[in-house]
Design a protein around this ligand. Structure first.
Ligand SMILES: [Zn+2]
Length: 275
């Protein structure tokens, strides 16, 4: 990745860090001057804002994100995270073919490097790939500092771009949806739009297929972005039920359109707008 682009991204990220830490001296000053209640209130406000912005996946406090498609298009987008997987990817691709569905696979860079044939297969069958970090540090991603975040997102972008020349990922999805003060900024510098979801069944933690697919079904409508995973004990079964559900809905189930128009957080995404 271009060192100048990296330096620019890190400079902007550390500026954000400085701004984020700006209230700290004020808290100390208030405490030092015997205004403990005010110091505590300010500290609690800053901490709550940071935690909500970071840990609530669909909260756009720290950057723009795509959470739905426009309803008017009558399209639903199926996104499949955490692959490629040596046992699940091919089976899921067969299911999607059977139902005439195209999907967006958010791939983990190091897994893609281990299974380049599966990445090629995803592309050959008309699906799209997205950036889901290089190593998928799900439990710590929310607290990564700019340098490590850059390594995760840029590393995956380099890996996937090398595997699919001319068709680099357009979208980035943070592991578990957690994104801190720097995540959207770094993704944007890399030409990526952060994409979350509007319908998920928690298949990463639950194993009851009817409960998982029932949750998705209740949120399924035009414009929905559906999230399921590879690599879980019920991955293929969930994919089969969800694909059938999407087919039965009559909604168009294709890869993301060339441009997406949103409300307040309007984002226009151009195909091939990666670095
Ligand atoms: Zn994931």
């Amino acid at each position: 990745m271009n060192p100048a682009v990296r330096a620019c991204a890190l400079r902007r990220a550390y500026l954000r860090m400085a701004l984020g830490l700006a209230p700290v001296p004020v808290v100390v000053w208030l405490g030092w001057n015997g205004r403990g209640a005010e110091a505590l209130a300010l500290f609690a406000l800053v901490l709550t804002t940071m935690m909500v912005g970071t840990l609530v996946p669909r909260c756009a406090l720290f950057g723009r994100m795509i959470k739905t498609l426009p309803e008017a298009g009558g399209q639903v987008l199926l996104t499949i995270d955490d692959g490629p997987h040596p046992e699940h990817t091919s089976a899921i691709l067969d299911i999607l073919d059977r139902h005439g569905i195209k999907a967006l696979f958010f791939l983990v860079g190091e897994r893609a490097a281990q299974h380049p044939d599966l990445v090629q297969e995803i592309m050959a069958r008309g699906h799209e790939i997205g950036n889901h970090t290089q190593t998928h540090p799900a439990t710590t991603f929310w607290m990564l500092r700019p340098v490590r975040l850059w390594r995760e997102i840029a590393g995956c972008q380099e890996t996937l771009s090398a595997l699919c020349p001319g068709r680099p990922p357009r979208f980035f999805r943070p592991p578990a949806g957690h994104h801190n003060l720097f995540t959207a900024l770094i993704a944007e510098v890399l030409g990526l739009k952060m994409m979350l979801w509007s319908a998920r069944g928690f298949d990463g933690v639950l194993q009851e297929v009817p409960a998982i697919t029932g949750r998705i079904s209740r949120r399924l409508k035009a414009g929905a972005i559906v999230l399921i995973h590879e690599g879980t004990p019920v991955a293929v079964e969930v994919a089969d039920v969800v694909a059938g559900m999407l087919k039965a809905s009559g909604l168009k189930c294709d890869t993301p359109p060339t441009s997406l128009a949103f409300g307040d957080d309007e984002v226009i995404v151009e195909r091939g707008a990666a670095p």
